[in-house]
Design a protein around this ligand. Structure first.
Ligand code: ATP
Ligand code: MG
Length: 282
């Protein structure tokens, strides 16, 4: 597969503070790429540079072999964006929000109508098409934001924490839609604090902290880098500790030596993240 996004030595500073630090990354066409990291890791800053909203202080971003910048109209048409913060016009209805988004991409007439109907249906928001955006539930707002991002059928979709505050049912519905997008051959870049979301959806996961990506691999390989089993236990000071094992017998032997309560379980992606950053993602 060929890379659709190439990030070369990209740095972004806010004053003296380096939010993204000489970052290099390739994202393959058609892949579902997950970007995980604690608050302040630099995820949104990185996405903002990928979509041409922020200019790197150093380095370059290439999408489809063209350099991304805010004036690249061709590339702007290739990407759909679901930002971290709600970007709806709250005094317009659901349908009006979509019409407005369509106008920005010069979609008109029958084509526009068909596309909007398709997205209302897809995102399961047809029944609220005449409701003001401000009166939508959190989950419906997120669905409408995704519909907006898809209005011009982009090749690449950027989603910055698209399921924050969304209940489990709505989240699963969003996951289904994103899977369909992936099956259609779209490239998807997702940031999330929900590790199970990344594990379920993404074929590649990058772990980011302090402006750098320090791991970039499949979820399976990330887990295998630590082992296969986790023993989670209280030490003598009642502090939760984690120990990782490749071999189940070694894990059992260790568990038997612990006086306090313990859990022996399969290793999770959360363990990997916790181990590398020494803090929880959320
Ligand atoms: N406009 C700005 N001016 C100054 N500092 C900023 C600005 N935007 C972000 N930062 C800082 O840059 C760092 C990275 O922020 P960013 O929003 O990229 O993190 P993030 O990984 O998206 O975090 P979160 O998970 O909370 O969304 C943070 O320390 C943040 O405070
Ligand atoms: Mg962010």
């Amino acid at each position: 597969m060929s890379e659709i996004i190439k990030i070369e030595d990209v740095t972004k500073k806010y004053g003296d503070f380096t939010a993204v630090d000489k970052l290099n990354l390739d994202i393959e066409k058609g892949s579902f790429f997950g970007l995980l990291g604690p608050n302040g890791a630099g995820k949104t800053t990185l996405i903002s540079m990928l979509i041409g909203l922020l200019k790197p202080n150093e380095g370059k971003v290439f999408i489809m072999n063209q350099e991304m910048n805010r004036n690249n109209v061709f590339l702007k048409k290739q990407i759909g964006i679901v930002p971290q913060h709600i970007n709806l016009d709250k005094d317009l209805t659901v349908k009006e929000n979509l019409i407005l988004a369509a106008k920005l991409f010069k979609l008109r007439g029958k084509k526009r109508e068909v596309q909007i109907e398709k997205l209302l249906d897809y995102m399961d928001i047809k029944k609220v098409e005449n409701r003001m955006a401000r009166k939508l539930s959190g989950g419906m707002k997120r669905k409408l934001m995704i519909a907006k991002a898809l209005i011009h059928s982009p090749e690449i979709l950027f989603l910055d924490e698209p399921t924050v505050g969304v209940d489990l049912n709505a989240r699963r519905k969003i996951w289904d839609i994103l899977k369909i997008m992936k099956d259609m051959g779209k490239t998807i870049i997702l940031t999330t604090h929900y590790i199970e979301e990344a594990e379920y959806l993404c074929d590649k996961i990058a772990l980011m902290d302090k402006g750098k990506i320090f791991y970039n691999d499949t979820s399976e390989n990330l887990k295998r880098s630590l082992g296969k089993y986790t023993v989670e236990y209280f030490d003598e000071n009642k502090v939760t500790k984690y120990k990782f094992f490749k071999d189940i017998d070694e894990a059992k032997n260790f568990s038997n030596s612990i006086k306090e309560n313990f859990i022996l379980r399969d290793i999770s992606l959360e363990d990997v993240f916790y181990n590398f950053t020494n803090r929880k993602v959320t």
